[in-house]
Design a binder for this molecule. Structure first.
Ligand code: 5GP
Ligand code: ZN
Length: 117
């Protein structure tokens, strides 16, 4: 069995496999962080589990270890990017919530002042 299940035709699985280039920010055994191609803030990093699950709740159900590693990487990224004290962490689930890539990922947003909720 593959330790980090991947899905065919998944953009983030292809980025994780190195088949599509990305601007890598940090990585651990179970997760990768790379810059969003269309940044919504001066710091906009996607934190992505290597395991393919469609959303964050599915990841939590399937593998607490992967969930934990994802948040450990978030902590590393916000330190590295200088936004540890001021950032947003956003997980979209479902198309109606704005999810466009159905491989779980968190958005780390920072480097600006957020006024909207
Ligand atoms: P979602 O809308 O699913 O929460 O977030 C998907 C994010 O992936 C979007 O912010 C979008 O800009 C980003 N994205 C889409 N395609 C690519 C790509 O090929 N490379 C990178 N680095 N980000 C991408
Ligand atoms: Zn995937």
């Amino acid at each position: 069995m593959n330790a980090t299940p991947q899905a065919d035709d998944c953009l983030f699985c292809k980025i994780i496999a190195g088949e599509i280039p990305s601007d890598l920010v940090a990585e651990n055994e179970r997760a990768v962080a790379f810059r969003d191609i269309n940044p919504a803030a001066p710091v906009h990093v996607l934190v992505v589990p290597k395991r393919h699950e469609p959303n964050i709740a599915a990841l939590a159900a399937a593998s607490p270890e992967d969930l934990s590693a994802l948040f450990a990487l978030v902590a590393e990224v916000v330190q590295q990017e200088g936004v540890a004290e001021h950032h947003r962490l956003l997980f979209n689930t479902g198309a109606d919530a704005g999810q466009t890539i159905f491989h779980a990922h968190g958005h780390v947003l920072g480097g600006t002042t957020f006024t909207e909720r």
